[in-house]
Design a protein around this ligand. Structure first.
Ligand code: G1P
Length: 297
């Protein structure tokens, strides 16, 4: 049992928000009718990896903020008893295990976002499900993470210890700085730091550092009131980063450095790399892929 699942922390964080209403335009035409979060790393969709990561640290309620065209995500997590029964009758317990994704204790809630008006707007839709004194996690499924320890573990610990916004970060190559929220760390201590500033997708020469925000956040419910006051950016989107900046100035916020590897599957390169990374861990696939790559070299 993880330390987060015992009573060490009085304010256990039990809810996670998954914004899944984005259009996924970078992956058209694949995402014309399929949500980008269902794109698989080999045989498991990105959203399932993120959900499993959350469940592993004691999250009990999964809140999907979704758009009208994303029924497939609901279907993916639906128990589908008829399919399960068919596999059971065939004695295919291996397949039963694969389709039986969520235990009956896990609560799932699907909230429509209405219009895709940005990440901040998506998070705001979860307000009615989070109480005023609660903290909650936000996971962006297109950030696929491979790490020796579940990255949410350190993030939840930091948030529970400080009671403040906590974000996962990693150093990003300079050409990727303008693709992420960038924080300016105060002083690192055991992989954690208070942050001095945060800015959404700055030009590389204006960035306060090269520490980019990964799609893993723990936020206090206070963020909702801030989000309501946060103006839309030039693209008409309400940015979560802008609301975090306001909270940071008011009460502080923390960054936790990722001890592991992050693949940004919102881009072709990250998505292909993530698939290769997972494939190379399978001994049978590994040798075939190595042979293939050697032949191509
Ligand atoms: C979002 C956030 C950004 C963050 C990134 C992590 O950007 O706005 O601050 O660094 O997720 O993946 P998006 O990927 O939606 O463009």
């Amino acid at each position: 049992m993880s330390s987060l699942q015992n009573n060490k922390y009085p304010n256990k964080i039990t809810k996670a928000v998954f914004p899944v209403g984005g259009l996924g335009t970078r992956f058209l035409p694949a995402t014309k009718s399929m949500p980008k979060e269902l794109m698989p790393i080999i045989d498991k969709p990105l959203i399932q990896y993120a959900v499993e990561e959350a469940l592993a640290v004691g999250i009990e309620t999964l809140i999907f903020v979704t758009s009208a065209s994303k029924h497939a995500i609901f279907d993916h997590f639906d128990p589908m008893p008829s399919l399960k029964m068919r596999f059971e009758q065939q004695g295919r317990m291996d397949l039963v295990e694969k389709v039986d994704i969520l235990s009956t204790e896990v609560k799932t809630v699907f909230i429509p976002q209405g219009e895709p008006l940005g990440l901040g707007h998506a998070v705001l839709q979860a307000q009615s499900l989070i109480s005023a004194d609660e903290m909650f996690a936000v996971l962006l499924a297109d950030d696929f993470i491979e790490a020796p320890q579940n990255p949410l573990h350190a993030l939840l610990e930091c948030a529970q210890k400080t009671g403040q916004t906590s974000l996962s970060v990693e150093q990003v190559p300079s050409e990727r700085i303008s693709s992420y929220g960038i924080v300016s760390p105060k002083q690192w201590q055991a992989g954690q730091t208070e942050i001095e500033a945060i800015v959404e997708k700055p030009p590389r020469d204006e960035a306060p550092s090269d520490f980019g925000v990964i799609g893993r956040y723990v936020l206090p419910a206070r963020i909702f009131d801030v989000l309501k006051q946060t103006p839309a950016d030039a693209k008409g989107e309400i940015q979560l980063t802008d609301a975090i900046k306001t909270l940071l100035q008011r009460e502080g916020a923390h960054a936790v450095q990722l001890d592991g590897q992050r693949f940004d599957c919102g881009h072709h390169e990250g998505f292909v790399m993530a698939n290769l990374h997972v494939a190379m861990k399978d001994p049978a696939l590994r040798s075939k892929i190595s042979d293939y790559l050697n032949e191509q070299a």
